[in-house]
Write a protein that binds this ligand. Structure first.
Ligand code: NAD
Ligand code: FES
Length: 280
């Protein structure tokens, strides 16, 4: 069992949770993920590791309560436990040697994962411009944390209710066209955002790393659920990623595959399992 040692609501729909998981904390690196099950009938849900503390033996995730399982997880409190936490899974983010200046882009709840990436780079002495985008002021998360580990933080909202008005790509384009020379861009957020960030950086040949979030089942390369096409080749995000060179990713295919089970997800709240005869 994995005990919840911290729970914090970051906004109405987004929760931060830390688990006592010393073996995972000992090995976790930025870019990797865990798969949790609330109990032995639960579905397996992947979440990127937002933070870890090797001394305390804790692993932190930040999740949006969008589906049946994340809603169930969100109902648990400090002191409660979940049955499974597998990880760390996936390949840790590889940072090229000689990076001097990097733009890190976080979109909405994707900021939860952009934050540890920026923190790691900042700790390596790299100059970090962080661009964080949210639909509006009410759902901004981690602003103080992101400010503390970036050289410059640019807050963007779609409706202009906080920071500058517009998508994150508006600010990135403005900075690049204004003469900023980035050695790399790291983008984490909705698939459409990562695709559009890549379209901004492509003409300038700026290496752009994205963290993909396809549907996953086993998380160990066996089921094929997380199949993505990168540079025309089939890759499994759970074992080959989740980070990939964004200029080589087939984002349209990823968006199509991510939408396959949207209707089923909506039914999940009222689903009655025929095996167990009750809700599962
Ligand atoms: P959202 O839809 O509110 O968008 C967040 C921001 O992304 C927007 O404010 C905007 O700045 C930017 N954006 C959105 N559409 C854009 C477009 N067409 N062009 C340019 N920029 C655009 O995001 P949300 O509802 O918070 O969802 C976050 C997404 O991040 C989820 O889809 C989630 O699956 C994903 N995510 C991925 C990871 C990962 O590890 N890859 C981790 C956490 C979350
Ligand atoms: Fe099954 Fe990646 S989740 S192969």
């Amino acid at each position: 069992m994995y005990k919840i040692v911290e729970k914090r609501e970051l906004n109405e729909n987004v929760t931060l949770m830390s688990f006592q998981a010393p073996y995972i904390a000992r090995k976790a690196e930025a870019g990797q993920f865990i798969i949790f099950r609330v109990d032995d009938r639960g579905e397996r849900i992947p979440l990127t590791i937002a933070d870890y503390d090797r001394d305390r033996g804790t692993v932190t995730v930040i999740f949006q309560k969008v589906g049946a399982s994340t809603k169930r997880l969100g109902m648990l409190e400090e002191g409660d436990s979940i049955s499974d936490l597998a990880g760390p899974l996936g390949v840790a983010t590889h940072y090229e040697d000689g990076l001097k200046k990097v733009a890190v882009i976080g979109g909405g709840v994707g900021c939860a994962i952009a934050y540890p990436q920026a923190k790691k780079l900042h700790g390596m002495g790299v100059s970090v411009d962080l661009i964080a985008g949210f639909r509006n002021k009410d759902i901004v998360i981690l602003e103080d944390e992101m400010r503390a580990i970036s050289d410059r933080l640019f807050m963007m909202t779609d409706d202009g209710s906080y920071g500058d008005k517009g998508f994150v790509t508006v600010k990135l384009k403005e900075l690049i066209e204004g003469g900023e020379r980035y050695d790399a861009v790291i983008a984490i957020g909705p698939v459409i955002m990562m695709k559009m960030v890549c379209e901004v950086t492509r003409p300038y040949g700026i290496h752009t790393l994205v963290s993909l979030n396809p549907i996953m089942v086993d998380g160990t390369g066996m089921c094929g659920g997380c199949r993505v096409t990168v540079d025309g080749k089939i890759k499994f995000a759970c074992v080959d990623g989740p980070d990939f060179d964004g200029h080589l990713v087939d984002f349209d295919e990823l968006m199509r595959r991510n939408n396959i089970y949207k209707d089923k997800e909506k039914e999940a709240d009222s689903h009655v399992c025929r095996l167990f005869g009750g809700k599962a």
